[in-house]
Ligand binder design. Structure first.
Ligand code: TEU
Ligand code: CA
Length: 533
């Protein structure tokens, strides 16, 4: 079997501010990540992940904690220097860990030199690097678009008497990718990092880098139930997202990445499976290597059922063109922790185990968010300690970004961390010593997966005849075959497996270490990974 790291490996997302602080300023940094690499891979004692994706590490005023980039070709001083990044790449590679950077092409910081120049005068050579427009005759913004974090997507510039577009914060002006000089400059950013040894890019807001050239008004969102959520859902993003010719830009990004061997891209896109797979390039699969598959992230509370999850997996598998490789996400830095999202009855910890079993045994690349391997939950943060500006317009994302929990007293920093710790009863040190812990369970899954051709490359098929509330699927590669069984119901269930599926061994289980048997007796929210004969 030919092993491709981004297909067969597990990608672990690190939020750099929150992983490890090395210099006692309470904020995580690259040297801190280096100190913790042994935790991630390099020996059989490690977690066993194959790549790390770092949320943005570039110089930034941190209006959106790094998603406002002031220089694409450097490292934020608080995180380290280019030399620290070089060392991180080298030390990671030594341990068999690839390094993926977060590329933020849709917008820069308003403090990026490009924008400073662009805004300096209407005649500036970089004026057209951003999206400037005259007001409507009565002075209002050029169209009705609203920013993702609330308010109009246009900001008035007094000096040059025009509006500029910002799909996110006012401090995040949208770049004009329709200008070939901009596209060239962005491609050169990718080359800059690949030359330094970066293995891939997670591409932020991939689906918005070009918009309707006529900037037409978006239609209103007819679904009223969105009313309580972020303002941005109040309109359909018909003209500022997934614009038809975006694939031309995506394909050219792919071509640049293909100039270097063994590199990858994963883009942030939303919507239906059909829309997601479009970004892989459709039948020609010459677009992104992976396009984030978020449907499992957008499931919470009581909606987390066997039927819904099975349907979502089927839909995505069915939509993928031949040659495109799936991926699965259950958590990231923008959504409630998986161990909190499904806590309507206080049983989220059990559901988080099921989610891990699902994530690590489905066909496709798993993305694992730091701390989810411990079962970290959202952290309740007192009002005065909240940081995320997005909270003013919808939900703030601080609760899922709190410091990694290494020891019973934290272990993230010798100073007070930039965000408070969550519940420290969940921490690496204690969970390592406990064979029933979430960490032990996930390590077992990760290492089982690494050694199993069925799990790495096997075909996926769900089992038709299972009791309500149960979702079960096989992964088959030649004679190697596994069966994942998940009881999404809180009540116990018992059933016999067909004789064609002969259970040979229990590879992992959410509860204890049940012996192999054809009759499955599962308690509520129990899941197992079985080796078939
Ligand atoms: O997120 C894009 C995005 O659409 C988010 O607004 C997301 O819907 C929201 O955070 C959910 O709460 C990306 C990054 O993942 C996010 O962290 C950045 O803030 C955003 O882009 C701007 O760069
Ligand atoms: Ca620090």
């Amino acid at each position: 079997m030919s092993y491709l790291w981004w297909k067969h490996g597990v990608i672990y997302q690190i939020y750099p501010r929150s992983f490890q602080d090395s210099n006692g300023d309470g904020i995580g940094d690259l040297a801190g990540i280096i100190e913790r690499l042994d935790y991630l891979n390099g020996s059989e004692h490690s977690l066993g992940v194959d790549a790390i994706w770092l949320s943005p590490t570039y110089p930034s005023p941190m209006a959106d904690f790094g998603y406002d980039v002031a220089d694409y070709e450097d490292v934020h001083p608080g995180f380290g220097t280019l030399a620290t990044m070089d060392r991180l790449i080298e030390e990671a590679h030594k341990r068999g860990i690839r390094v993926i950077l977060d590329f933020v092409p849709n917008h820069t910081s308003s403090e990026h030199p490009w924008f400073i120049e662009s805004r300096s005068s209407a005649e500036s050579a970089k004026r057209d690097w951003y999206i400037w427009r005259d007001p409507k005759p009565e002075g209002s913004p050029p169209n009705n678009w609203i920013a993702q974090f609330g308010g109009p997507a246009w900001e008035w510039d007094q000096r040059t008497q025009q509006y500029y577009l910002h799909s996110f914060l006012i401090e995040q002006p949208d770049v004009n990718w329709r200008n070939p000089d901009v596209e060239q400059a962005m491609h050169d950013v990718l080359r800059f990092w690949m030359r330094r040894g970066i293995d891939g890019f997670r591409i932020d807001v991939m689906d918005r880098i070009v918009k309707d050239p006529e900037l037409r008004d978006n239609p209103p969102q007819p679904r009223r139930e969105f009313g309580k959520l972020a303002q941005t859902l109040l309109q359909v993003h018909q003209y500022d997202q997934d614009w038809p010719d975006i694939m031309d830009y995506v394909r050219r990004i792919r071509a640049v990445v293909d100039e270097f061997p063994d590199r990858m891209t994963v883009g942030e896109v939303f919507g239906t499976p059909a829309n997601i797979v479009r970004y892989y390039g459709g039948q020609t699969v010459d677009g992104l290597h992976l396009a984030f598959n978020f449907p499992l992230v957008r499931v919470w509370g009581e909606r987390w059922t066997a039927e819904l999850v099975r349907r979502r997996v089927r839909e995505f598998e069915a939509a993928l063109p031949p040659g495109a490789w799936p991926n699965w996400v259950v958590g990231n830095h923008d959504v409630d922790r998986v161990a909190t999202r499904m806590n309507h009855d206080g049983l989220a910890a059990d559901r988080a185990r099921l989610a891990a079993l699902l994530l690590l045994t489905l066909r496709g690349t798993p993305f694992l968010y730091y701390g989810d391997e411990l079962g970290m939950e959202n952290t309740d943060i007192p009002e005065e300690k909240l940081q995320d500006p997005a909270r003013k317009y919808g939900r703030g994302r601080d609760p899922e970004r709190t410091p990694m929990q290494w020891t019973p007293s934290g272990g993230f920093s010798r100073a007070e961390p930039w965000l408070p710790y969550g519940d420290l009863t969940r921490n690496v040190e204690d969970e390592r010593a406990d064979s029933d812990s979430m960490l032990a369970f996930q390590r077992k899954l990760l290492w089982t997966r690494r050694r199993s051709d069925a799990l790495l490359v096997g075909a996926y098929a769900d089992l038709p005849d299972v009791p309500d509330g149960v979702y079960a699927f096989t992964r088959t590669r030649g004679l190697d075959r596994t069966l994942t069984v998940l009881n999404f119901d809180t009540r116990p269930v018992a059933f016999d497996l067909p004789s064609a599926l002969t259970v040979a061994a229990t590879l992992a289980a959410t509860h204890g270490n049940p012996p192999p048997s054809q009759r499955l007796e599962l308690r509520g929210l129990e899941g197992r990974l079985l080796q078939l004969a």
